[in-house]
Structure formats: C-alpha cells, structure tokens
Design a protein around this ligand. Sequence first.
Ligand SMILES: [Fe+2]
Ligand SMILES: [Fe+2]
Length: 277
Amino acid sequence: MSKDQTQSFTPEDVAIQPRNRQHDLAEALKGDWMRKDVFATAWFNAMSITFPLGEQFFINSVRHYRDRITDPKLQEEMRQFFSQEAVHLREHKRYNEMLCELRGYDLEKLEGPLRRRMSWVKKNIPAREQLAGTVAVEHLTAVLAEKALGDSGIFADADPAMRDLWQWHSVEEMEHKAVAFDVYRAIGGTEKMRRAAMRRSTLFLTWDILHGVRHILKCDGVLWSPKVWFSGIRFLFGKQGILKGTWAPYKDFFREDFHPWQEDTSDLIVQWEVQQQ
Ligand SMILES: [Fe+2]
Ligand SMILES: [Fe+2]
C-alpha cells in the first residue's frame, strides 16, 4: 500500500475532538433519573456498567493495528478515538462506582461475567476478530447515539445532569463512529467476519444489559413487578421506545458496501455544539 493512500473515510468537516469533561452525577444517581421510570433507569445504568470494560477493549483492539495504518488522517483519528474512549471510560467508571455505593448494587456481580468473557476473548480470539467485534459494537453505539441526540432525543425527559453525560458521550461516539471500521477495512478485514461479529455482539450486549437490569431490579426489590416489566416493554418497543426506528440502520451494517458515514449524522453534532454555547 502506498504511503499516501486514503484509509480514513470520515468526512473532512467532522472533527473528532476529545472533550475532557467531568460530570457531577451524585444527586441524579440516587433516584430514577430516566423519565422517572424504574426500568428505563435500570436499563441505562446497566448499559453504563458495560462501558469501562467495553471501551478498554475497543481501545486495545484498535491500538493493536496502530503500525499498520499509513494514512496520517486515520492515524490522527485513532489518537483522538483513544482519547475520547479513555475519558468515557473514566467518567463511566466513576458513574458506576457512585451508583453502586448510593444504591447498594454489587459492582463485582454486575461486571464479573463481562470481565471473565473479555479476558477469555483476549486469550482465545484472533486480533482481527476482536477488532471486528469492536466495529460491530461501535455501530450499535452510533445507532443509539443518533436516538440520544436532537430535540426529541430519548433523553429529553431525563435528569439534566444525566442528559448532559449521555449526550456528550453520544456526540463523541458519532464523531468517531468510522474509526474502528476504517482500521478494520485498511487491514483487510472481511465482510463475512464483520457480519458474524455483529450477530454475536448483538446477542452478547443484550445479554450483558439484561444481566445488569436483573441485578439492579432485584436489589431494588421490583424484579417480579409486572408493572415494571410492562413499562420496560413500552420503554423498549413502544411509540417513544428507544428501539423504535433502529432496525433499518442496524440492518444497514450487513450490506456489502456499508460504511458508517453513509448515514450523515453530522448535523446532530453541530446542533449539540450550538446548544452548548
Ligand atoms: Fe465511548
Ligand atoms: Fe466508541
């Protein structure tokens, strides 16, 4: 591959910029911060539990191929990707520790299965397949990030401090949504492996979140409450549900010529930046 060959396909006008933010979440985490709903709050708290380990895995799997990338633009984007994920990791680690302390959840029980699986994957799965897993989860994250932003985003009725955190994270996920993908393509990752990784990742991520939700609802004493589960179904699949409209972008990933920036979401980043001023 010649030195000046383009490997990055992130649009020129999208800057991947780490914003070293700190979030004060103590007040919000005491209560049901997401739409004042027990299940919705448990769902996002369970998602947060997966982030520190997950994001460290993303960083490692991309960093493994640092020396194989020759495009200076993609090299720079990788550096910004590492910085963004490192700050996300730090903030969600703090979030998770605080959550468990305030609400009496057991962090080791919550993180344990994921930690054991990650260390198994690290030892037993080839680096290229690990990167394919990262590419898949980064797409899932980008699809959810799109739902999180904009005026009618899923966090419109969330506690403002929590909305700030999740939308900041979403914007940065959107900015770097193609970095792992472009690295994967540059090192010759196959379409078949990418698709298989998505099937597996969807299953595992759903399993991990449900494991977290179960622990949280059990500790809250509402695991067997039909009311909580009905509201959960509405929250996931209802008219305002977080999964509404996600099937089409999810399926796009399986197309042969897929690239994350075929869906141009840069206006959501600009809109968020304007709101911050
Ligand atoms: Fe992240
Ligand atoms: Fe990410």
